[in-house]
Ligand binder design. Structure first.
Ligand code: WTA
Length: 665
């Protein structure tokens, strides 16, 4: 939590409730309200229902071993393979049904990948990985964009029991290098390039730089080609560790690789995410609990059925894509749409044009995207003939106005909407309504998922009364199968980040261990949770998590910068954007040139998506008497709010000066 303590203003305006449409309820995967009671009364055994949605090589002997909190074990003794569950087990019934329909930057570039195709490709790629020496438990770092190569590579890793660590393609070379080092990967998988707004991006260059910056020695880089052959702008020199995937696939043509039986607790993947320190954390997810949890929530929350066409318009490079494009939907045997480029390419109706073309039934996106569609206007939607049964939002709070627009113009007032609250760490949804069982309330995530026990705690570490309507710290009191196992290679950090604040860390009784989400929330009298946003030094820019410390350290890399602090400014479109307050070294003048260097440094250290919205040069930063920067005040300034109490500052005039500089008198 930030030094200043949480700044909570729960300005609750009561919203109307919306009934799920009768047609929806009539066909929903879960309509029995007893599910909640069943999970409460029979915790944790009820989670067996989730595990039973999968095919196991060996059944578990114990659902939850909580004898060593917070290192919980799920489905102990069970064995399974995730790629088998996502592919092989569907072949009898639907081998020639599409698993993915992929569309490239040009609408006429399409690929339909059936379950049989996926089976063939994943077997061959698994043989390629083995061929370059990848063994069970080796972490393979991937840096792939929205191309079929990405799910194919992930599932191939899963097939041979090598955890993958996919780094979102928009991350910079330095960010990739940091993640390669942290995971100590010998093998990296990337692609020559991909398209952004119709322009080819040379993606291999980033990997070249990352290899220079990384400390680990990468033995092999497997290079996919975006087209049939390497793009003409992309070159490989003799001393590069690159090998062309296409050549190796050719060598391993028609090979079959038996899926490796993995212990339920063996890691399936790592996903790095921003926390309260500069160094991103490798959230480690287990095979059995994770796959059970995302399969069940895909079925019950997203209402996915095998015959559906489902489209989650997120990027697989983030957790949403891992859980709800790859693992959950494939495990249920459905058809997913995948798209390479941006929603405005080549026109602002692209998404709806595709929704019509594939007759999408279930649509999944972020509030940032909804706000953007809303800004573009409903005229881009109205031309197209599509009919969603179910829609999801994920990743940020959605304002009731945006929710209502989504409901009316995208859902045509007859689709159900779920607002799903969860995190990279939680693996899958924790707070959201089961769509046929609760009314929708714009701006509110809703009820906890079955068997999940959220609560609101005060800063004193004590629980607030249930349904108190008061804002506080969102915590989860009992373990669930989708939760992260640990922070890769750093159990201590796992405890510090997620457990220490609200747990008795000396206890070995699981009841004394409480998971801190880092979000503020309100539990309303109707039992619905409303999420208010992060309380720690993490911001949410267009649904992407960014640590203020990461940004500050990127800014401080610029030689002329003496000190920097980042504040989150509310933004009508992106939710939040970073404002950077900078003090330059003695004798250095503020200039566009310094400003550009700061921006470049953020882009180099993290990625273009983290670009500061404003850079404000100041003479000093507001500090407490003990010298800590008061980011809260900078946030007040960025958001044009009252400064409040400044008496604890070493020099109260500093904040006032900055305020005047930013807003005038
Ligand atoms: C925020 C994304 C409000 C929250 C799945 C959380 C949300 C962070 C919601 C995790 C929601 C996610 N309403 N806020 N429905 N869903 N958040 O790890 O602050 O990228 O802590 O996982 O996003 O972001 P992450």
């Amino acid at each position: 939590m930030s030094d200043e303590g949480p700044e909570l203003e729960a300005q609750l305006t009561e919203q109307d409730y919306f009934r799920p449409p009768t047609d929806f309820v009539g066909q929903a995967n879960v309509t029995d309200p007893d599910i909640y009671e069943r999970f409460d009364e029979n915790y944790p055994e009820a989670f067996e229902e989730y595990a039973e949605l999968l095919d196991w090589d060996e059944r578990w002997d114990q659902v939850l071993d909580d004898s060593n909190p917070p290192f919980y074990e799920w489905f102990v003794g069970g064995e399974l393979n995730a790629s088998y569950n996502c592919i092989d087990r569907h072949l009898d019934e639907r081998k020639n049904q599409a698993a993915f329909i992929w569309e490239g930057t040009d609408a006429d570039e399409r690929e339909t990948i059936t379950y049989q195709d996926l089976y063939n490709r994943v077997n061959e790629m698994a043989a390629v990985l083995r061929g370059v020496g990848v063994e069970e438990d080796d972490v393979v770092t991937c840096h792939l964009p929205m191309l079929p190569a990405l799910p194919v590579t992930m599932l191939s890793c899963a097939r041979i029991g090598a955890p993958h660590s996919e780094v979102f393609a928009g991350f910079s070379a330095q960010a990739l290098a940091d993640r390669i080092d942290d995971a100590d990967s010998d093998v990296v998988v990337t692609v020559d390039g991909y398209y952004r707004r119709g322009e080819f991006l040379n993606h291999k260059e980033k990997c070249d730089e990352a290899l220079e910056q990384a400390e680990s020695d990468v033995d092999t880089v497997l290079l996919w080609s975006r087209h049939d052959e390497l793009h003409e702008d992309v070159e490989i020199s003799d001393d590069d560790p690159y090998v062309l995937v296409d050549d190796l696939l050719h060598e391993h043509e028609r090979e079959r690789v038996e899926p490796v039986s993995r212990d339920a607790e063996d890691p399936l993947f790592l996903m790095y995410t921003s926390g309260t320190t500069g160094q991103p954390k490798g959230c480690q997810h287990r095979t059995g609990g994770y796959l059970s949890y995302v399969t069940a929530t895909s079925k019950y929350v997203l209402d996915i059925k095998p015959e559906d066409t489902y489209w989650c318009a997120a990027d697989i490079g983030w957790i949403t894509g891992h859980s709800y494009i790859v693992y959950g939907p494939l495990s249920l045997g459905t058809t997913s749409v995948m798209y390479e480029d941006t929603p405005d390419h080549p026109h602002k109706g692209r998404i709806w044009e595709m929704a019509e073309r594939y007759d999408v039934d279930i649509f999944h996106t972020s509030p940032t995207a909804v706000r953007m569609f809303m800004k573009w206007g409903e005229e881009y939607v109205e031309d197209y003939d599509f009919d969603f049964r179910h829609m999801t939002t994920v990743g940020e709070p959605i304002q009731p106005e945006a929710w209502l627009w989504y409901y009316k113009y995208i859902g045509d007032e007859d689709a159900v909407i779920v607002d799903t609250w969860w995190q990279t760490e939680t693996g899958g949804h924790l707070i959201t309504n089961l769509p046929a069982l609760a009314d929708m309330k714009p701006g509110s995530a809703g009820k906890p998922c079955p068997g999940v026990q959220p609560a609101i705690y005060g800063d004193d570490g004590e629980p607030l009364e249930a349904a108190s309507g008061k804002a506080g710290n969102l915590v989860i009191e009992k373990p669930w199968p989708g939760m992260l196992q640990t922070v890769y290679g750093n159990d201590e950090r796992f405890i510090d980040e997620y457990w220490r604040d609200f747990s008795d860390t000396d206890s070995d009784d699981a009841e004394d261990w409480v998971y801190k989400a880092g979000d503020g929330a309100v539990h309303g009298q109707d039992g619905y949770f409303r999420i208010l946003g992060r309380l720690d030094d993490v911001m949410n820019v267009a649904g992407h998590r960014l640590g203020t410390m990461e940004l500050e350290s990127a800014v401080s890399e610029v030689q002329d910068v003496a000190e920097a602090a980042v504040a989150a400014r509310e933004d009508a479109e992106k939710g939040e954007v970073p404002d950077v307050y900078v003090v330059l070294r003695e004798g250095i003048e503020a200039s566009d040139e310094v400003r550009d260097r700061i921006i470049t440094s953020v882009e180099d250290e993290i990625g273009k998506f983290a670009r500061p919205a404003n850079i404000i040069f100041c003479d000093d930063l507001p500090k407490t008497r003990s010298g800590k920067i008061m980011r809260r005040l900078l946030e007040n300034i960025s958001n044009d709010e009252d400064l409040g109490d400044t008496t604890t500052l070493r020099d109260p005039s500093v904040a006032e000066q900055i305020r005047e500089q930013v807003h005038g008198d």
